[in-house]
Design a protein around this ligand. Structure first.
Ligand code: NAD
Length: 483
């Protein structure tokens, strides 16, 4: 498994556990591998620590920075490196994938067959380029195939999602594609001669072998719950992942727009989304209105899909609108929080020096990830408006927050400290701890801590009725403000 991040580490540990295969998780980040070898998790993901520990103890899972040696021993090599947005144009940055492909190619030995599986989320056409790069760098005659196996796990429930997927997608090159064999250089040894021998080749069907290996790997996971394994061509597999994420982003943006309408129309968004979500054609998931979608996938994948579609001269206007709507939303939420802090004045110039308590910096609860988190965007906007921000999140790495926000905010260790002296207390991530602590404090406890009695609940963590008659102004999303 090349890349030991949220996807690589979870997939590696799950395969070791479910398929009982030997897994080596490789990463170029030495610190990550050293931490894993010490038994420390480099990321926070529920259930992951125990799973890793169990499989390390059983001798099925280990960690390494030695890519060539790990690849040489492997029958199947997964690429699970990052594909962040390229600066400037929104396209997926494929440099990590291509570097991994070249390194895999250099490590392939002939004879033998290696299956290279691209698990990273990549634009259509990438598997072909990975195939070319592996072939260009491999020893003459080395036999391999490249398939595409997009991952659908969600951070925060990654282990459960991987073990209980709704479907597994495996894109195999169509039968029109010639078998993947590295170029034969004249004068090379017998092995290469044999591998390139058309008679020998005819006994071995690389694509069929790829299908069988993937079915075997996923078998124990798929069989348990009768999960469909969908074999597609590689282009379909690559597009399925982007189309799925764009659709989820569209649902969220749709819920956010309807929430804005609810606020002025005197309706409650939760009543509306609950009712429409019961319609099987719509589904209840990803209809939670909030401060805008974020995280390491939806923003970058919608941007990448929009770019891919433009390059194919088939622009996806709907996806472009979703991206724009989400950017505007995060800015608007920041402005609403700022205005809530200056309650009675309704004047942005008054925001300077106001103290804003922030609860939550990760893009959602149960993760430590702040990549493309709406909370980080909103905090940055509030600081720009001149507010003093005091933030608490139970899981973030202080080093990463410093990298994202510099020294401009005060990071504190509890809900109490975030609320202390605040003109408004804003919930930006739905950590259950925030609900519980504030419920325990009650309006009176919060009143003692805060400078003004104003709450901004961007995750609809509370019910308006909880604050009725409390003396607090309670702002939330898609519901009338309570004064
Ligand atoms: P990540 O940033 O958490 O991890 C990537 C890891 O790859 C890093 O540890 C990095 O050091 C390592 N790496 C990069 N180049 C390497 C190389 N040449 N050799 C060895 N290691 C290398 O990324 P992630 O969140 O796990 O995402 C990986 C891919 O999976 C992305 O394409 C992402 O879009 C996709 N994906 C992510 C999620 C998610 O929830 N995070 C879900 C589905 C799909």
């Amino acid at each position: 498994m090349i890349g030991t991040g949220y996807v690589g580490l979870v997939s590696g540990a799950c395969f070791a556990d479910a398929a009982h295969c030997q897994v080596v998780c490789v990463d170029s980040n030495v610190g990550k591998i050293e931490a894993l070898e010490r038994g420390e998790m480099p990321i926070y993901e529920p259930e992951l620590g125990e799973l890793v520990q169990r499989n390390v103890a059983a001798g099925r899972l280990r960690f390494s920075t030695d890519l060539p040696n790990s690849v040489q021993q492997a029958q199947v090599v997964f690429i699970a490196v990052g594909t962040p947005s390229r600066r400037g144009d929104g396209h997926a940055d494929l440099s990590y994938v291509f570097r991994a492909a070249e390194a895999i190619g250099r490590s392939l030995r002939s004879p033998g067959f290696t299956l290279v599986v691209n698990k990273s989320t990549v634009p259509v056409g990438t598997a072909r380029r990975v195939r070319e790069l592996v072939a260009r760098n491999a020893a003459p005659g080395a036999r391999f195939e490249v398939v595409s196996n997009p991952e659908f796990l969600r951070q925060g429930t990654a282990v459960r999602d991987f073990m209980h997927p709704e479907r597994v997608v495996i894109g195999v090159p169509s039968d029109r594609e010639p078998a993947a064999v590295a170029q034969f250089a004249p004068g090379d040894g017998d092995h290469a001669h044999r591998a390139l021998d058309p008679d020998q080749g005819s006994h071995f069907d690389a694509k069929e072998c790829a299908r069988m290996l993937m079915a075997k790997l996923y078998g124990p996971i798929a069989r348990a719950k009768q999960v469909p394994i969908l074999f597609t061509n590689v282009e379909e597999a690559e597009l399925i992942k982007y189309a799925a994420n764009a659709f989820l982003a569209m649902k969220l943006e749709f819920a956010n727009e309807i929430a804005d309408l609810c606020e002025v129309a005197g309706a409650d968004i939760s009543a509306v989304t609950h009712a429409i979500g019961l319609d099987g054609r719509i589904g209840a998931d990803y209809l939670q209105a909030g401060p805008g979608f974020g995280g390491s996938c939806l923003p970058k994948d919608t941007r990448a899909l929009a770019r891919i579609a433009q390059e194919f001269w088939r622009p996806c206007r709907l996806v472009e609108t979703v991206i724009e709507g989400n950017e505007a939303r995060k800015r608007r939420i920041a402005q609403r929080i700022a205005l809530a802090a200056v309650a009675e004045r309704a004047d942005m110039n008054q925001v300077y020096g106001r103290c804003i308590g922030i609860l939550g910096l990760t893009f959602k609860a149960h993760t430590d990830d702040i990549r493309d988190s709406p909370a980080i965007f909103i905090v940055r906007e509030l600081v720009e408006l001149g507010a003093r921000v005091r933030a608490y999140d139970p899981r973030v790495s202080h080093r990463e927050v410093r990298q994202a926000l510099g020294d401009e905010i005060e990071l504190v260790q509890s809900v109490h400290e975030a609320a202390a002296g605040a003109d408004v207390l804003a919930v930006l991530t739905e950590w259950p701890e925030f609900r519980e602590t504030c419920a325990a404090l009650g309006p009176q406890g919060l009143d003692k801590l805060m400078r003004q009695r104003v709450l901004f609940d961007a995750r609809n963590l509370w019910r308006p009725v909880d604050w009725q008659g409390s003396g607090f102004t309670y702002h939330s999303i898609g519901r009338p403000t309570l004064y």
